[in-house]
Design a protein around this ligand. Sequence first.
Ligand code: SF4
Length: 93
Amino acid sequence: MTEEENEATHTRAKQYAREKGYVLNVDEKQLSAVLRGLARNKERFGAAYCPCRLRSGDPEKDQIIICPCIYHEKEIEEQGTCHCRLFFKKKSE
Ligand code: SF4
């Protein structure tokens, strides 16, 4: 996977987090593992499929697990973080 794809994935995640009022995982290692997984899926399969979920292989069905997946808002609301621990709820000040 290219460094550009990695960077672009990070930029997109940061932008999305900002828009939604989330924060990215502050653990650099965990964060970069998820970002790398997303970038790798984008390169291999053409879309940033969630690296923590199983693809069915059917692009139509797998649309729901393209990051940000359909589950993340509920997960963040309920558990404070999405399944992959990419996005976190902002702690209230
Ligand atoms: S669980 Fe998190 S990282 Fe995985 S697709 Fe959903 S929002 Fe993206």
